[in-house]
Design a protein around this ligand. Sequence first.
Ligand SMILES: Cc1cc2nc3c(=O)[nH]c(=O)nc-3n(C[C@H](O)[C@H](O)[C@H](O)COP(=O)(O)OP(=O)(O)OC[C@H]3O[C@@H](n4cnc5c(N)ncnc54)[C@H](O)[C@@H]3O)c2cc1C
Ligand SMILES: NC(=O)c1ccc[n+]([C@@H]2O[C@H](COP(=O)([O-])OP(=O)(O)OC[C@H]3O[C@@H](n4cnc5c(N)ncnc54)[C@H](OP(=O)(O)O)[C@@H]3O)[C@@H](O)[C@H]2O)c1
Length: 709
Amino acid sequence: MKFSTVGGALALASTALASEGFHKYSYEEYVVMSCKGAVLSAATFCEKDTVKTYKCDCKNKPALGSWINCIYDKLGENDKHGEKIVEEYCSEYNVTLDSEKLQKAYANATKYIVDTTKIDGFNKTAIFDTPVQYNKKKYVNYYNSYKARWGNVEDTMYLGAGLLGYWAVIFLVATIWNFLNKVAFINKAFHSKFVNTIRSKLSLSSLFANKKHSTPIQFLKVVGGFVPLRIETIVIFFYFALLFIFSGVRYTFVQNDTIWKPVAAQAARYPGDRTGVLALYSLQLTFLFAGRNNFLMWLTGWKQSTFITYHKWISRFNFIMVLIHAGSMHQQSVGMGYDKFVTRLHTFWYRWGIVAAAFMGGLVFTAAYQVRKTFYEVFLGVHIVFAAIFLAASWIHATQFGYEQFTYALAAIWCFDRFVRILRLISFGTQDAKVTIISEETLKVVIPKRSYWKAFPGSYGYLHYLTPTTFFQSHPFTIIETSDKEITFVTKIKGGVTSQIYNQLKSKPGQTGIIKISVEGPYGNPTNVTRYDTALLYSGSTGIAGPYSHALKSVQSGKNQQVKLYWIIRHWSSIDWFVEELVKLKNTGVEVIIYVSQPDSAIGSRFNGDHSSSNGSDSEQKSEKLSSNDDEKSGNLDSLKKQLDFIEFRYGRPQINEIVHNDFSESQGTIGIWTAGHNSMVDDIRSAVGENLNVAKGRVDFFDELQVW
Ligand SMILES: Cc1cc2nc3c(=O)[nH]c(=O)nc-3n(C[C@H](O)[C@H](O)[C@H](O)COP(=O)(O)OP(=O)(O)OC[C@H]3O[C@@H](n4cnc5c(N)ncnc54)[C@H](O)[C@@H]3O)c2cc1C
Ligand SMILES: NC(=O)c1ccc[n+]([C@@H]2O[C@H](COP(=O)([O-])OP(=O)(O)OC[C@H]3O[C@@H](n4cnc5c(N)ncnc54)[C@H](OP(=O)(O)O)[C@@H]3O)[C@@H](O)[C@H]2O)c1
């Protein structure tokens, strides 16, 4: 079992422990508490006595007698449970009672007991020294009030557990499915028109007909984001429905409430309590799903990006819950009078509650797609700082109500993830990586590794460039395990750390440098290419890393299976950064097909007749060297094709639906599909797979290795 699984289970256990702070009131306890109020409504036995304290009842003989008289009247003289509660309450005031003493107090009280309603001009607030009959009307009010208030808390705990239960059922089904799926017969059995229809309309389908899932949608260039798959949307929708229903059911409003007299205060308080605690439950999921070492990934086989999708949506719902909680509690405070509101406003817990809500809002809004897309590192830094402040503020706030264990569980989940991340970094250590700029578009990172550190096809690692300005950043890249001693990343040069490293290297000889790095990984779920009769590997640009590794694994396994590796690139020059890897597939039986969507583009320096490596000072000359002369280019192209004669070159952008349809109709047996590349290409492939399931002769499994968040 994976280390992260053990830790994850521990984290969940701590969540379960979070309910330790919750006190479940029994009927007997409600009686004991209500009797206290009902007796106090009839007479006063001690100075400064209140309904919430039991010092007087435990220490003052007539008070104890009156109290126990009420309790026995309601529960019967033989009820031991009620007696135990009285004993427990009194032990807090260092008064030791037992059944015998209570029976004695009762016997004594019944000898002298009086009904104060029958005493003319009786002064309820003056200290009295004779046992009294409890106020029966008030007893009912107290009982109903306590039951409504604490019953709501109890319901809330069960409903919160129900929310987690909803996910538990989903994870159970997904886990069983994941493990069964690794058994070949399930694979073969699930290829019928009915199953294919469900898959194409539900589990493989994008939410809308526009196919967009990995491709973000945008409105007015400001609002945007990734749309969950249809199946994910259904899961999210039902969770929202549960939150909505659970926030609105099983409230009891009490006439003549003894806790919150104004009805408005009661009406605001119950939903306030409910939504606050439901948010504490829901937050466990938010924290767990955000982690890289979430054990559920391993159990369900779901991608990290799937969990991030749920993380985002649950967090948005949580924020709504927190807003309702804050609004309700504010309303309740005001409902009990302006003074009460001002008093609360001056308390620590109220103020930290406001801080928690504000930072939660900050977390949701600063995580907007535009921010992540444009300033990913800023988003990440702000997210971590805000989450830490939110957690500390929630802890202070929740402690006031005995719910602090929920926040301990959140901290445990977070710390555990960080701890495993550090272990993973230590296990990889620091290495001198050879980083080369190739074709002005890609950084090829070749890293020596220890032999015990093993990756697998499709796995990824978070790369740290250990330079003063970049060491704190970690970016995910797909691992190509080239040998037992080495791994390679091919990373597209974008605008952040990749561009920083590009700038550092561009003037170096051969545009190459040795940079200290570390890798946190490997992450991902292993999938086995050799289980399928046919493996279709569709990739684009640097997305080749995963599909290529699967092809290599098939070759190394010696399994006789049909393997087709597609690689869609824009320019001929892209071949330069992957040629060594491609050559390893020569004479292996793997069909390699490269689409060049801009076939008029220049040939890269590797095949343009000049094999000397370029250096930084001549990067401009280098682009000039990219042949523009037609004759020279066609000669170079011929040379390229000759050297790579095992590859079929096709010109232009492929029609995805067409190639998937043709591949399915030509394939025999079961088909495994792996894909990574341009977002819209992957979306097109997912859609084409769904549409063509019935064309295939066997079961089709689809592994989308592209992850975006
Ligand atoms: C599991 C996985 C495997 C990947 N494998 C490869 C690969 O093999 N080759 C490759 O070229 N690219 C890969 N990517 C994409 C790669 O992680 C980003 O392109 C890279 O982080 C961008 O770095 P940057 O600082 O230059 O980007 P920026 O210019 O700052 O950002 C470009 C885009 O990358 C996203 N991004 C930036 N940092 C991160 C991050 N830490 N995590 C997730 N997204 C981020 C941003 O949202 C933005 O949309 C992979 C991504 C994931 C999630
Ligand atoms: N696991 C992962 O998540 C993972 C792994 C590796 C890489 N990546 C990321 O994947 C991305 C791959 O590169 P890129 O996005 O930069 O690709 P790109 O270079 O923009 O495009 C690559 C090729 O795909 C073609 N293409 C794009 N959309 C297509 C479609 N719908 N149908 C057919 N062909 C299509 C392009 O054709 P045109 O020229 O006609 O546009 C181009 O030839 C990178 O951003 C990289 O960071 C992610």
